[in-house]
Design a protein around this ligand. Structure first.
Ligand SMILES: Nc1ncnc2c1ncn2[C@@H]1O[C@H](COP(=O)(O)OP(=O)(O)OP(=O)(O)O)[C@@H](O)[C@H]1O
Length: 854
């Protein structure tokens, strides 16, 4: 045998070597891909060479091998040497040629040893391509929870907040991109390989994994990963205790089967575990009897064993050591710390994410702004929207409403109770889908009826909690409420991530405190055991007026009781009563509804009697208390016209002061629902709340009743001012309008100027602390000049400037030059305006002031 493996300078002919061993090589080379890739990359082969070879592909590849050797013989010694070097370096791929290399005593030169060799394999490469293709296809759509339709993933996916935490759950910074899941930043244990992502139900854990899949399928994530296997942990529940499978079957049969070279690919995977990434969704869903810590270690990838044992050994790094794993679980799921490489908490949408999601969800711009104003109007909905699932449910309901013919105002059709009913339906539907016998597209009633007993158990727990101000439940309380494992699986309750001082004891809480209130209300309404007499008891606490003194300070959790009442009203409203009558005895439900109605009646009467009144020269001023606002909300949620009329009769002909009552714009619908029933007129003062433009729009139907409207400090913009002015112009009865400290510019000022000019009743106008410039000043000056009634205009804190001041001077000169004192006064004010240095009240005086001075 020739001795050839000598240093390069003495080099015997490698070409001769290839020639003399041609037959062995033609028969022995099983993989041409790796050779071609490297010859091409090192510049020994051209693209044409490789194409010629690939065109000659046959089943056995011998033809290709011959062709390669032919081309090499035409290239020369260097190429022949590099060809042998590839087989020497890619030992895994050419293991069968190792004896031959030894036989020829091949020893590469130092020069060649510096050159790297790509280890590629046709089988493995085509399997990677198949995986990419399948993951790309599978991650293209989001199946909605209700599973009635699929949406394109990229049209829906929006980033969410991810926070790294350490082993004692302290925050360690935000994760800014998905690649960071695999970086060294925030690693708890170098030896561990599993990145754990936890979060509440619906916060987007599965979607996050789908994003990883989608990115990898497009080659945009983890370039070093060649194999991506995804598992839903719940599939491990489908195995029987005695089932045993091999790791190879687990990977291939439960994921994606290679089209060829199955054993070679598996061997490759075992030898190159660092090129494997697993995503494992919903570890909390694994339902096994034993403690995961008791599962024995397995080190051989070839021994068939129980799938859960395979999973645990993968996570521990005993099998496929070096592979990457991303595991998701609900908040509170405990995992053995020794497997945890990193901990990440998924926190849902930030305000910005929510806006991005809104834009993706509603392509129509006017829908976007309607929904945005609704959210701004209703802080409770906004909070819920940080959980993407809730956000999707809420947007879905809005979409439904907006697409109904003749819909202009969302709030005409949707109450908070409606949103929660829909949310519960979506959850129930989702869990029913996991049951194979469940047929698609059930009605709301069917869904609720099927799960009635689970709802009642949860309701019982929620109600006991609300009654006792308890929001964290121990296992005994869960058991006492007869909540089964399946009931927990519905997802309304989550494991709490703190222990309330009692270590090692599982504690639970509702996903959202308002959800607990909703379940408590559902239980009050549907549970036949609770008599209609008992129901109003829950209304008691907050309707007693708050008096001064420590004893009467409302309980810290009274908000939850109020929400419970609100939902009870919504559930017993005419739009939901039919559903409830199918879930409980109809006469009992009717009984509860009428007791609730008369109870609300009594509350309205006694509340109106007790409202603090202040007798003023120009009428009785009533200051409404926040708890009366809640009463208004209850009446609206119940859509009870009779009680609304009663309340309206109690407050007509008064000056109603609702300042600093935390009124948000959605409350304006509730207020209007009452005001519409007022037989004559009313003065309404709502300064210092948060009603914004949307609230103004909600109040429009009541404008025909108003003589005073004060909406200072309420985040109103030009849009609100324009609709307000246009509506008020229709009735000619407004005497006083307050819009101090809002966000009005010249556009708003112009609309108000038109109102001043055309409304023969307007006497007082407050527009201070807005953003009105000389242009708006000119409109207003002209309008004041033409008005016969206006007496008092407040304009301090705008940017009227010199030109605006001149406009006022001009306007007022015509009216007052006949009276020297008046003229002096007006000029003085105009000078102050011109320098914008008015210390407090503005343009304080007016025609009446000048008249007084006369
Ligand atoms: N990042 C996101 N972008 C857009 N929508 C999202 C996002 N995350 C979640 N969603 C919406 O919320 C729904 C629920 O998300 P997902 O199934 O990922 O929640 P989860 O945290 O896995 O919940 P569970 O613990 O109940 O399994 C999705 O079907 C989707 O409609």
């Amino acid at each position: 045998m020739e001795q050839l493996a000598t240093p390069r300078h003495k080099s015997p002919s490698y070409l001769d070597l290839l020639r003399s061993h041609r037959v062995e090589l033609v028969n022995g080379i099983k993989n041409t891909e790796c050779l071609l890739d490297n010859l091409l990359q090192a510049g020994h082969f051209t693209l044409e060479d490789t194409e010629v070879i690939q065109q000659t592909a046959t089943q056995h590849g011998k033809v290709q091998n011959r062709k390669i050797l032919d081309i090499i013989s035409g290239k020369g010694e260097e190429t022949a040497e590099y060809f042998i070097y590839i087989m020497y370096r890619a030992k895994d791929v050419y293991s069968n040629l190792e004896p031959w290399l030894e036989e020829i005593h091949y020893c590469p030169s130092d020069f060649l040893l510096k050159k790297s060799v790509l280890i590629t394999d046709a089988g493995e490469r085509s399997y990677t391509e198949k995986l990419r293709h399948e993951l790309g296809r599978d991650s293209k759509f989001i199946s909605s929870y209700a599973q009635k339709q699929d949406t394109l993933f990229e049209d829906t996916y929006t980033e969410t907040l991810m926070e790294l935490i350490n082993n004692v759950n302290e925050p360690k910074g935000m994760v800014s991109c998905l690649d960071e899941l695999f970086s060294v930043f925030g690693v708890i244990s170098e030896e561990a390989e599993t990145v754990i992502v936890t979060g509440d139900a619906g916060v987007g854990k599965s979607i996050l994994l789908q994003k990883l899949q989608s990115l990898w399928s497009k080659g945009e994530l983890c370039a070093d990963v060649k194999f991506f296997f995804k598992f839903r942990c719940r599939i491990f529940n489908s195995f029987k205790e005695e089932d045993k499978i091999s790791l190879k079957d687990l990977l291939f049969k439960y994921n994606c089967y290679p089209d060829r070279d199955v054993d070679e690919i598996f061997r490759y995977i075992c030898q190159h575990a660092e090129s494997v990434l697993f995503t494992l969704d919903g570890f909390d869903e694994i339902n096994i009897d034993c403690d995961v810590n008791d599962i024995p270690d397995i080190s051989s990838p070839f021994v068939p064993t129980h799938p859960v044992a395979l999973l645990m050994n993968l996570l521990r790094g005993k099998l496929l050591k070096g592979s990457k794993k991303v595991l998701t679980a609900r908040t509170g799921t405990i995992l053995p710390l020794r497997i945890v490489r990193k901990k990440v908490v998924l926190k849902g949408f930030s305000k910005d994410n929510l806006l991005q999601y809104l834009k993706k969800f509603f392509k129509n711009k006017s829908y976007q702004s309607s929904v945005l104003t609704q959210l701004e109007a209703n802080p409770h909905l906004c909070t819920l929207c940080s959980v993407p699932l809730f956000c999707w449910i809420i947007f879905k309901s809005y979409e439904h409403i907006l697409n109904m013919p003749n819909t202009h105002q969302l709030s005409d059709y949707i109450t908070l109770t409606d949103v929660y009913l829909l949310m519960v339906e979506v959850f129930l539907n989702h869990s029913c889908k996991m049951n194979l016998n469940w047929k698609t597209a059930r009605s709301q009633l069917d869904v609720f009826r099927t799960k009635r007993s689970a709802l009642m158990h949860l309701g019982k727990l929620a109600r006991n909690g609300i009654e006792n101000s308890n929001f964290l439940f121990h296992q005994e309380q869960i058991t006492a409420a007869e909540i089964s494992e399946q009931d927990l699986q519905l997802g309304f309750i989550k494991a709490a991530d703190h222990y309330d001082g009692l270590r090692n004891q599982s504690t639970y809480e509702f996903l959202h405190l308002t959800l607990q209130s909703f379940f408590a209300a559902l239980s009050l309404a549907v549970d036949d055991q609770i008599s209609s007499r008992k129901t109003p008891h829950y209304f008691f606490e907050c309707l007693i007026p708050v008096r001064q003194g420590a004893k009467d300070v409302p309980k810290p959790h009274s908000e939850h009781i109020r929400f419970t009442k609100l939902f009870l009203c919504g559930l017993l409203s005419s739009s939901n009563i039919n559903l409830l009558m199918k879930l409980a005895c109809p006469t009992v439900i009717q009984g509860k509804r009428s007791v609730l109605t008369s109870y609300l009646n009594d509350c309205v009467k006694s509340h109106i009697r007790r409202l603090p009144r202040l007798n003023l020269e120009d009428g009785c001023k009533i200051h409404i208390l926040p708890c009366f606002v809640w009463l208004i909300r209850f009446i609206f949620e119940m859509q009870n016209e009779a009680v609304a009329k009663l309340a309206a009769r109690g407050i007509c002909n008064i000056y109603m002061k609702l300042t600093y009552c935390n009124i948000c714009s959605s409350d304006c619908s509730a207020l209007t629902f009452i005001l519409l029933h007022i037989p004559n007129t009313i003065a309404l003062e709502m300064d210092n709340n948060n009603i914004n433009d949307y609230g103004v729009e909600q109040l429009l139907p009541s404008f025909s009743k108003l003589t005073v409207l004060r909406l200072s400090v309420n985040q109103i913009t030009d849009h609100g001012a324009c609709v307000l002015a246009e509506e008020l112009r229709k009735y000619h009865q407004i005497k006083s309008l307050g819009l101090y400290k809002n966000h009005l510019s010249d556009v708003g000022a112009r609309a108000i100027a038109q109102l001043v000019e055309s409304c023969p009743s307007l006497v007082f106008l407050r527009l201070g602390s807005n953003m009105i410039t000389h242009e708006g000043g000119a409109y207003l000056a002209k309008a004041i000049q033409n008005s016969k009634t206006i007496e008092d205009v407040g304009l301090w804190g705008n940017q009227i400037g010199d030109r605006g001041a001149e406009a006022f001077a001009e306007a007022l000169r015509d009216q007052h030059t006949s009276t020297p004192n008046g003229a002096v006064l007006w000029y003085m004010i105009i000078i102050i305006l011109a320098f914008d240095i008015v210390p407090y009240h503005v343009f304080e005086t007016s025609q009446s002031a000048s008249r007084n001075m006369l």
